[in-house]
Design a protein around this ligand. Structure first.
Ligand SMILES: Cc1cc2nc3c(=O)[nH]c(=O)nc-3n(C[C@H](O)[C@H](O)[C@H](O)COP(=O)(O)OP(=O)(O)OC[C@H]3O[C@@H](n4cnc5c(N)ncnc54)[C@H](O)[C@@H]3O)c2cc1C
Length: 289
């Protein structure tokens, strides 16, 4: 199939793109890396009448780390984040290795992946676990949407149709924190059947001072596990407590079943992966003080 006809606007700056979104509203779609949008156009799963191409908006490019926050511009490719991660964040490096394949990551943007909001995507779960946010700009104003307010349903975020996501922010884990990341997919590069990420930090007594546990592929949106985190926070992380936290986290999930995996399978795998990533995170922690 070929895409339905559309008008094409090549924006040359963020302001230009925002003006086009104001003009065309919900008839328009932003074109970033095109790795999700172009197949959807070709299959006519999306039929916008206008495409606003942001690839010429150099003011949206770049990746900066400052004061414990990583800011990723809307034009930064997944590959740019992978390069940064090589020396700065093994958690991002591990997660990105699971995102599609190298040619797709060369073109696909980090922000495009976050706002495309596929519930089986890796990066949205990291946005949740790293207390992240999406910066949204519309004509006349900007707002910062915290990660827990971004995801509403599959492929649906709280971004309005006249808003451009200009950047994403990730809060880097505290000093000495450990991480874990695991995923089950049918083939390497496929979207996850189930995935899980964890970040843990310990205080001077060895108790858990910071716990983040997130899942993807287990429902309509990525989720942070309040019961899993609560079971560990302030506690000495014995193997039994970690197993209990993983069990509590999996019990609170309501995954869907589909032709790839049943709901029961996803729930069981989620519990196993949670225990695995929490154990890995603990093994990488250094005690504070
Ligand atoms: C074969 C294949 C396998 C893949 N496997 C995986 C995988 O395992 N895991 C994974 O996470 N992803 C996977 N992907 C998707 C890939 O990561 C995409 O690059 C990503 O989801 C979208 O990023 P993009 O920059 O290409 O966005 P686009 O395709 O250009 O846009 C996607 C959507 O986001 C909107 N959008 C993009 N940028 C903005 C913005 N700045 N402001 C507002 N709206 C915006 C678009 O309008 C569109 O609706 C795969 C893709 C392919 C083709």
């Amino acid at each position: 199939m070929k895409p339905a006809p559309f008008e094409y606007v090549a924006a040359s700056s963020a302001a230009d793109a925002v003006e086009a979104l104001r003009r065309y509203g919900d008839e328009a779609k932003v074109l970033a890396g095109g790795q999700s949008l172009i197949p959807m156009l070709a299959l006519r799963l999306a039929r916008p009448s206008v495409l606003v191409d942001i690839n010429g908006c150099t003011d949206l490019d770049g990746l900066t780390e400052s004061g414990g926050t990583l800011t990723v511009g809307a034009l930064a490719r997944q590959r740019d984040l992978e390069r940064w991660a090589r020396t700065r964040s093994p958690l991002f490096a591990e997660a990105l290795g699971w995102v599609a394949h190298a040619p797709i990551r060369n073109r696909g943007t980090v922000v495009g992946s976050l706002v495309h909001a596929d519930p089986a995507s890796e990066l949205p779960a990291l946005l949740l676990c790293l207390d992240g946010a999406v910066v949204a700009r519309r004509k006349g104003g900007e707002r910062v949407i915290p990660a827990d307010k971004v995801y509403l349903a599959p492929l649906t975020t709280s971004l309005e149709s006249d808003e451009l996501a200009t950047a994403a922010r990730f809060t880097l884990p505290p000093e000495g924190a450990g991480w874990g990341f695991a995923e089950v997919a049918r083939r390497h590069g496929d979207f996850a059947l189930v995935g899980c990420a964890a970040v843990l930090a310990l205080d001077g007594t060895g108790a858990v001072s910071h716990a983040r546990l997130g899942f993807f592929g287990v429902g309509g949106t990525p989720v942070r596990s309040a019961p899993g985190e609560a079971a560990l926070t302030g506690q000495q992380p014995t193997a039994a407590r970690v197993a209990g936290a993983a069990k509590a986290a999996a019990a609170a999930l309501s995954p869907d079943g589909d032709l790839h995996a049943s709901a029961g399978y996803r729930k069981t795998v989620a519990g196993t992966l949670a225990e695995r990533v929490l154990t890995a995170a603990l093994g990488r922690c250094r005690r504070a003080g």
